[in-house]
Ligand binder design. Structure first.
Ligand SMILES: Cc1ncc(COP(=O)(O)O)c(C=O)c1O
Length: 455
């Protein structure tokens, strides 16, 4: 715990560690870093020993909370038995096989086959590669394009960043020729004067028109998060996913549901596609809450129909990662799911997550809050300069960061995303802790509003 405390060690981090999504120049100029040394339950501790509510569960990950000994033991037990073997050629091992069986038992009925990787990005890449292989085998090699959406986040590999909203890849060239971005489904910001139903019709017209323009014979997939996460927690109008799936089915386009964030309890279900949004996609990708972040692991679940094609006699499945289905990651995922089932965590979230949602919704009374949106333990707070006109702050104000810093000084980690604050805590928050999160956010937003003169 002490090892990160000295000035020298922080300096070493300056020189050698490249941090993700960071302003590297600001870090070089000694922008203060938060060094997280220790974690327990719903809290983390920084290098000054300050106790902070982990309002973002690491990065939408630590669903069952930090420091669960049962999970740590499942990793060491597994390593003592079988430290490493991959699931390649005809080799397999018990924990990966058992986990595949367990995950498919929780997923919609049509998804009975699982491909493991190590990150959400790789799960989404795998989904598209599997579909390209599938179409190739069906004699449709030109059926390759992916329809994604403005506001989406699907990862940071070249393919998954291309599927992510263009704002994340400004100045970078990606696999953009493979991806088309549909309109953002954010009603509050994009709805104009339309009713929500009219706006939904506009979105579906956009999908139909795009398919017509590109040609269904060239489109492999539509990819969508049930609720957009890193795009600022955007909830599409009611019925969006059902109607989009129907259009995809009419046009022989596969539907990939990116449940990297939404699965494993965050919204009160193991998987939300069917249980919350009433759809059975052709592919679901997931990660994060699958192991509660204790080990890196992701899963791409595919339908029986796709599996039958890619496993028919003929070309081999030439796709794989060294650590696919790593024994320790598979073992901890099994232990994580076991705890979630035993402690009925998804069921609990339907109560405590709803309380969290309602507590944060009360912040919409504040002048600087334009919209509070999301569901259960996946919430976004959009901060505005002028509430009546929904006028956003200038980027240079970095309003999200200002409020996040104010919250951190009061004992809460919140995630700034442009003009938005994203909250995705561990799923074990008590009503008392939820009240505390609400109070800290209210104070922090009000305080910053006073400081910058938005009253
Ligand atoms: C919805 C979604 N998909 C994919 C990813 C990418 O996952 P990873 O960072 O593990 O590659 C993320 C990461 O936040 C995500 O939120």
């Amino acid at each position: 715990m002490e090892q990160f405390k000295s000035g020298n060690d922080v300096l070493l981090a300056d020189e050698h560690l490249i941090q993700s999504f960071a302003d590297l120049d600001a870090l070089k100029q000694n922008e203060a870093r938060t060094v997280i040394n220790r974690a327990e339950g719903a809290y983390v501790y920084d290098s000054d020993g300050k106790k902070l509510i982990d309002g973002i569960a690491g990065l939408w990950c630590v669903n069952i909370g930090h420091g669960r000994h049962e999970l740590i033991k499942s990793i060491t037990d597994q390593l003592n038995t079988l430290d490493y073997y991959s699931t390649f050629y005809n080799f397999t091992h018990p924990s990966a096989a058992q986990l595949a069986e367990k995950i498919t038992s929780l997923a919609p009925d049509n998804l009975n086959h699982v491909y493991f990787a190590n990150s959400g990005s790789a799960a989404n890449d795998s989904a598209v590669r599997i579909l390209h292989h599938y179409n190739q085998r069906l004699g449709k090699p030109e059926k390759r394009m992916v329809l994604s959406r403005i506001g989406a986040y699907h990862g940071s590999t070249y393919l998954s960043i291309a599927m992510t909203t263009p704002a994340y890849s400004e100045c970078w060239t990606g696999a953009n020729d493979l991806v088309h971005h549909l309109r953002s489904p954010h009603y509050w910001r994009e709805g104009g004067g339309l009713s929500e139903d009219e706006f939904l019709n506009v979105l579906m017209d956009d999908l139909n028109e795009t398919i017509y323009q590109i040609g269904p014979e060239n489109i492999a997939a539509f990819i969508a998060e049930p609720i957009m996460g890193a795009g600022g927690v955007i909830v599409a109008p009611d019925g969006y996913h059902k109607r989009a799936l129907a259009i995809c089915q009419e046009n022989d386009i596969k539907y990939i549901s990116d449940e990297v964030v939404t699965a494993f309890g965050r919204l009160g279900h193991f998987f939300t596609s069917k249980d919350m949004f009433g759809i059975e996609p052709d592919i679901i990708t997931t990660a994060k809450g699958l192991t509660s972040g204790y080990q890196p692991l992701s899963a791409t679940l595919i339908s029986d129909e796709i599996y039958e094609v890619i496993s028919a006699p003929g070309e081999k499945f030439l796709h794989g990662f060294t650590y696919s289905g790593h024994p320790a990651a598979s073992a901890v995922a099994l232990a994580n799911i076991d705890i979630m089932e035993r402690e009925q965590l998804p069921q609990l979230v339907r109560t405590t997550g709803k309380l969290f949602e309602n507590t944060l919704r009360e912040l919409s009374q504040l002048d600087m809050v334009g919209e509070v949106r999301g569901s259960h333990f996946m919430m976004g707070i959009e901060l505005v300069k002028d509430k009546a006109n929904k006028t956003p702050f200038d980027k240079s104000v970095e309003i999200g960061s200002l409020v996040a810093k104010a919250a951190q000084s009061r004992g809460l980690i919140a995630r700034p995303l442009g003009n938005c604050l994203v909250m995705s805590p561990t799923l074990i928050l008590t009503p008392e802790q939820i009240k505390q999160v609400g109070a800290i956010l209210e104070e922090s937003i009000s305080d910053v509003a006073r400081q910058i003169g938005v009253a």
